[in-house]
Ligand binder design. Sequence first.
Ligand code: NAP
Length: 302
Amino acid sequence: MSIRSVAIIGLGLLGGSIGLAVQARAPDIATKGWDRDPSVRERAAARGLMGHVYDTPEDAVAEADLVILCVPVGAMGDAARAIAPGLAPHAIVSDVGSSKAAVAEALAAALPGVTVIPAHPVAGTEQSGPEAGFASLFAGRWCIITPPEGVDSQALEALSDFWTQLGSKVEIMDAAHHDLVLAVTSHIPHLIAYTIVGTASDLEDVTQSEVIKYSAGGFRDFTRIAASDPVMWRDVFLTNRQAVLEMLGRFTEDLTALQRAIRSGDGDTLFDLFTRTRAIRRAVIEQGQDDERPDFGRGHGE
Ligand code: NAP
């Protein structure tokens, strides 16, 4: 089957970027959208994020071959129930949620008998809302598809082709494994950023103005991640609880080992770890997942 029209539910960073990317890279596919917030619908239409923005979820999904839910993971069940009455019988329903096992469960419960194939484009920024989206968000980034057992292979191929057309590289993975991998690569790093920025702002013997003034020492890179959408991230930690707690246990052990090394003056342990982590940064750059310019390519006033 081929996708001729896609309906996007939730017109923020992810939803808006999909609309713009489809219009730029696959203009034969019609784009339709809906968001529960009338002001978001208005701003999305004004920015041309979709070919057409509708006032009801039923109208947005009517006759769509593919429907992608781009709402916070805690809202997936509600969004699925809102579109259910308008879905075409052949429609594929997917999503972009950052955790997968809980979303798969919520969508299957809300949409019995519907072809549901959850997915997660591993691409984003710390910004949100209809002004945040851009067409190249997915170019060169991975999209992880987590099909349920017994999935319709033609539907899976159509969804995979869709993401490839937007410039993504596609990987198929089991939902539970996705949740473990993303706990390490995304969810724990966000938790650490939220913690360090929170700790710095609560200190008593270092003033907040000093923290901000000297932030280039490392702190400011955490502030970018810690500025991410609070609703989205609250939902990620609540829905990927098990994998996050498992990885957090491991992280806490490693942190305790470092604490011990610092206390006992064990420079070799510190040096060995810092050497290994440098190699990981090199691999991230070599695989095209980040900019190789020093300090993320910041200008430094020249
Ligand atoms: P966003 O910019 O905040 O957009 C989400 C939009 O969905 C908002 O306009 C929100 O409206 C709307 N919404 C909430 N509940 C709804 C419902 N029940 N029905 C219809 N619309 C609803 O968020 P985002 O960054 O695009 O994230 C969307 C999804 O993508 C999340 O599941 C997230 O885990 C995933 N994701 C995010 C990133 C990232 O870096 N941001 C990366 C990959 C995947 P209100 O403002 O009124 O709530």
